[in-house]
Every structure is written in C-alpha cells, then in structure tokens.
Ligand binder design. Sequence first.
Ligand SMILES: CC(C)(COP(=O)(O)OP(=O)(O)OC[C@H]1O[C@@H](n2cnc3c(N)ncnc32)[C@H](O)[C@@H]1OP(=O)(O)O)[C@@H](O)C(=O)NCCC(=O)NCCS
Length: 128
Amino acid sequence: MFDAVANLHHLCFPHKPWSADDFADLKKSGCDIIASQNGFVVWRLVADEAEIITVGVHPDARRGGIAAAMLTLVENDVKKRGGKKIFLEVAENNRPARVLYERNGFTQIGIRPKYYDGVDAVLMEKKL
Ligand SMILES: CC(C)(COP(=O)(O)OP(=O)(O)OC[C@H]1O[C@@H](n2cnc3c(N)ncnc32)[C@H](O)[C@@H]1OP(=O)(O)O)[C@@H](O)C(=O)NCCC(=O)NCCS
C-alpha cells in the first residue's frame, strides 16, 4: 500500500530512503500521511502541537507549488483539530526547504548542532 510513496521518498532522499514498511509503521504510530503521484507529507498531531516529519516532491514536479499546497492542507487539518503550533526540523544547508518554510510563515526557534551527519538542524515553528 505504501510502495508508491516509498519510491517517491527514495527520489527525494536518495541517501536515506524510507521503505513501505517505514511508512506503514508511521501510520500505525498515529501519523497522518498525504501522498499523491508527485508529493507526500507526513505529520503528527499530539495534543495541540503538530510536527511535520517529512515532505517531498518529485524532482520533475518541483517549483509548481505542490509543497506549499500540501503545507496548507496540513495547516488546515491541524487547525480543524485544535492544533495551535506546527514544528519541523530542516538541515541548515537545505535552501529550497528553508525558503519554502519561511515563505509559508515558519520562523526559526533554535538550532540542533551537527544533527544531520555533521550538518546543523534548524528548528522552526509556525503559530496557528
Ligand atoms: C523542498 C521541496 C519539498 C519543495 O517542493 P516544491 O513543490 O518544489 O515547492 P513549491 O513549488 O511549493 O515552492 C514554494 C516556494 O518555496 C520556495 N522554494 C522552493 N524550492 C526552492 C528552491 N529550489 N530554491 C529557492 N526557493 C525555493 C520558493 O519560494 C517557492 O515559491 P516560488 O516557486 O513561487 O518562488 C522539494 O524541493 C523537495 O522535495 N526537496 C527534497 C526533499 C526535501 O529536502 N524535503 C524537505 C526536508 S525538511
């Protein structure tokens, strides 16, 4: 059931692909998943705080607004269910993702030094 999203994840994160079983486990653990032919996002809402776990768009479909649209869907769902904040972490050197999140209202609230194989993680938040 999660083969297609695992294949897409592999294209987006070739050095750290997640398997279909990984996605099934995320779903079982209470995460929500939106997946289409060209994009996916996984998030979890606990109490009134949500965390975006991963987001990716097919390399051939980027810069078409898919990620921004998926963030809006997540935000609307989180709001509807009483969520007040969304958190995420992004590698400091991942410029496309950092610009995407900044343009969509996320602000930096901290740094986790050397979190991703020696690269800092930037912790971001959006208050809803
Ligand atoms: C980051 C990623 C999800 C963006 O997906 P996308 O569908 O191309 O993003 P959008 O088209 O919705 O972009 C929205 C805005 O984000 C910014 N943005 C997106 N990609 C960008 C890039 N390569 N360089 C600079 N800004 C970028 C732009 O402001 C863009 O608006 P614009 O196109 O009108 O200028 C995609 O590049 C991807 O899958 N990367 C690999 C996986 C990854 O790094 N995921 C995030 C992990 S935290």
